[in-house]
Design a protein. Structure first.
Length: 108
């Protein structure tokens, strides 16, 4: 398990660098990325942050999840209540999954 100090925004910054041939001049709290060409991208809404996170490759998304989990734990955030599903709902999912598996094996 990573410690809080081990989790950083390096994956995000690496992604931003890969999207610009000019490179990053600096990075500040508030998710402001100042590109050397003078353009400033500021992500201040959840929608903008979600869009940037969606563009990350899977390994960097996982790193971001770990970063957020560490921060939430440090802030004392409570875990959501476990979801409860009826037996009928679970059985319907199993039936659908088995049908999809048969289709995959048949067409496959």
């Amino acid at each position: 398990m990573k410690k809080e100090s081990d989790v950083s925004l390096r994956p995000f910054l690496k992604y931003v660098r890969s999207q610009s041939s000019f490179g990053i001049r600096h990075f500040r709290a508030g998710l402001t990325v100042d590109i050397a060409c003078g353009m400033v991208f500021r992500m201040s809404t959840l929608a903008e942050i979600e869009q940037a996170a969606a563009a990350l490759p899977p390994d960097q998304k996982q790193e971001l999840m770990l970063f957020l989990a560490v921060r939430l734990r440090a802030e004392g955030a409570r875990l959501p209540e476990p979801r409860k599903f009826s037996r009928e709902q679970i059985e319907s999912w199993i039936t659908e999954d088995e049908a999809e598996l048969r289709r995959f094996q048949r067409d496959g």
